[in-house]
Design a protein around this ligand. Structure first.
Ligand SMILES: [Zn+2]
Length: 76
């Protein structure tokens, strides 16, 4: 089980577009299932990333974030 600090680091990497191994993503998802603090953190991080990317009309960044969230929510 990841510690919160490790989970946050991996979540940041994921939002930055860093490639994580399936093992890392699995560990992160598992942590997010157990830990509502990190779930809330990631939700706020996502909102922040979307708002940062909102000023230039660049929808791709928002879609990238959505894909990350989808991966976290729905992968087996
Ligand atoms: Zn946590």
């Amino acid at each position: 089980m990841l510690k919160c600090k490790e989970a946050v680091e991996k979540a940041n990497a994921l939002v930055d577009g860093a490639p994580l191994s399936w093992r890392e993503r699995f560990a992160l998802r598992l942590h997010l299932l157990m830990c509502h603090h990190c779930r809330r953190y990631l939700r706020q991080l996502r909102a922040l990333v979307i708002s940062l990317h909102r000023s230039p009309p660049n929808a791709a960044s928002d879609e990238a974030v959505e894909r990350v969230m989808d991966k976290l929510d729905s992968n087996p």
